[in-house]
Design a protein around this ligand. Structure first.
Ligand SMILES: *Cc1c(COP(=O)(O)O)cnc(C)c1O
Length: 495
């Protein structure tokens, strides 16, 4: 299959190239030239498959340069690291209300679904391209991508990874997960600034030809583990397909019945994967985007103006504290009938003036959008525990709150799946305080311990053991030092 850039449809690459490059030289994102269709027979066939087989099956439709054996081997290796046999289990809370649990991977957030697989995809892609260079993975993280990418790439031959996170913009647990990261090819750096600052600076490094040349002298090429990379996005399509297959095979719905998804959204990667699943034939009724107080996307879907020139809030759902939502570009590309000139113009407007205007009536009508403020988010945590004895994290709670509003307004009778993106134990203090309507201060481990005494979900070992780990990365830099830091680290990793 060929991939084209959202900013130049004539620039085509194959899937190994799309995965290795991460982003197109013109600043655009790679998208598949068309969407393969899954038939009812395909869905029926998948009912008897394990999750890793379903994933390989869906990936095979896009990554036809890889054999099905190669894909199976990779997905099996990736998903055997999960603490749930089903990898991405669908849990029933009520008639027509389900939760898709995407937090059973090694770092307890949904990013693991793609980032346990991406190192395998990259290594194989380089093999296919006979590329002997070292790959330096450059990551800007709002909290969860960083740790998941570090766990995925640590000590993987032929790769190194450097992660930049907003030093005051992630949860204590997220920060400790990163600062204690082991591995001989890893580096973690805090920046004084927010996620958007980190993402913008990192994107600049990617498209700077001078930096590319300096790195190439060391035998190093840059790539991305952010959801701008097709290799990050493609594995996420599989869990939407798998959810539909699970609901049909457990007789919750009939084949062909429409289902809704509510997705806690930041960089628009997760929900975009849902849209791609819909394009492939999963019968989706509504795809409902849920924002926190940084509701730039909700405003855009309602008003047609993407306006990033606004106050940035630090919320209790930090992985969604984003004002520049990278993957929206891929949806705009579809809504603009794949007109690369339109996309180029809009993103120039955004770079120049922090906003653009787009006729949202052109966006697929399956999309809905809502947002939850901090109090509504906390209430959703307390109410979901009360009503269903089911603990949710602060991000999932944003989606649950938006789901409740949507249901009140529409009485939609489709089965609806709230996508759960993190374990509540990654944000134990906020979850604890939400349940108790309190505002206690205590350290994250104490909060996790108290939480564990009252909810029917155990704290994952990987978080419990953090407490005893050594801090290995405590550097904090100014945001304009990112390029310099990348070059410095590259020197220590040259081949
Ligand atoms: C990354 C993340 C999100 C946002 O997902 P996007 O793909 O960026 O929209 C939501 N919740 C959690 C826990 C995350 O880590």
């Amino acid at each position: 299959m060929k991939y084209i850039s959202t900013r130049n449809v004539k620039a085509t690459v194959n899937s190994p190239e799309a995965i290795i490059k991460g982003i197109s030289e013109d600043g655009g994102l790679f998208v598949p030239s068309d969407f393969p269709i899954l038939s009812e027979a395909d869905f029926a066939k998948m009912a008897d498959m394990e999750y890793y087989e379903r994933s390989a099956f869906v990936l095979g439709k896009f990554l036809d340069e890889f054999t099905s054996d190669e894909l199976l081997k990779m997905t099996k290796a990736a998903y055997s690291r999960f603490d749930s046999e089903e990898t991405a289990p669908v849990v029933k809370l009520d008639d027509n209300l389900f939760v898709l649990e995407l937090f059973h991977g090694p770092t307890y957030a949904f990013k693991d679904i793609a980032l346990t697989l991406l190192p395998h995809l990259m290594t194989k892609s380089k093999e296919k391209l006979a590329d002997k260079s070292k790959t330096l993975i450059l990551v800007a993280t709002s909290g969860d991508t960083g740790k998941a990418a570090l766990e995925g790439f640590k000590d993987v031959d032929g790769t190194a990874i450097i992660v930049f996170y907003p030093s005051d913009g992630v949860s204590d647990m997220q920060k400790l997960q990163m600062m204690t990261q082991e591995g001989k090819n890893v580096k973690v750096v805090g920046i004084k600034g927010n996620f958007d600052d980190a993402q913008t600076a990192v994107k600049k490094v990617f498209t700077d030809p001078e930096i590319a040349k300096l790195l190439l002298d060391e035998g190093i090429k840059l790539s991305s583990a952010n959801s701008i990379n097709w290799g990050r996005l493609a594995p996420q399509i599989a869990y939407y397909v798998s959810t539909y297959v699970d609901l049909v095979s457990s007789d919750e719905i009939e084949m062909g019945d429409k289902i809704n998804f509510v997705v806690p959204t930041g960089n628009f990667g997760n929900i975009l994967a849902g849209y791609y699943a819909y394009k492939m034939g999963v019968p989706v009724g509504r795809l409902i985007l849920a924002s926190n107080q940084n509701n730039v996307l909700t405003d855009f879907f309602h008003k047609g103006k993407y306006d990033a020139d606004r106050k940035f809030f630090k919320s209790i759902s930090p992985s969604m504290d984003i004002l520049i939502s990278s993957n929206l570009e891929r949806l705009i590309f579809e809504a603009a009938d794949r007109n690369d000139e339109t996309v180029k113009k809009l993103y120039k407007d955004l770079a120049d003036g922090k906003s653009f205007v787009f006729d949202v009536s052109k966006i697929d009508e399956i999309f809905g959008a809502g947002w939850a403020n901090e109090d509504e988010t906390k209430d959703a945590i307390a109410d979901t525990l009360d009503e269903y004895d089911y603990p949710i994290d602060t991000h999932t709670a944003v989606a649950m709150s938006v789901y409740n509003d949507y249901q009140d307004e529409t009485n939609d009778e489709n089965a609806t799946v709230v996508v759960s993106t993190a374990s509540p134990y990654k944000f134990p203090l906020d979850v604890y305080n939400a349940i108790h309507h309190s505002n206690k201060k205590m350290d994250a481990f104490k909060a996790a311990q108290m939480l564990e005494e009252e909810i029917s979900m155990d704290e994952p070992d990987g978080l419990k053991t953090l407490q005893a780990k050594k801090i290995l990365h405590d550097a904090v830099i100014e945001k304009d030092q990112i390029a310099e830091e990348v070059l410095k680290f590259a020197k220590t990793q040259r081949i």
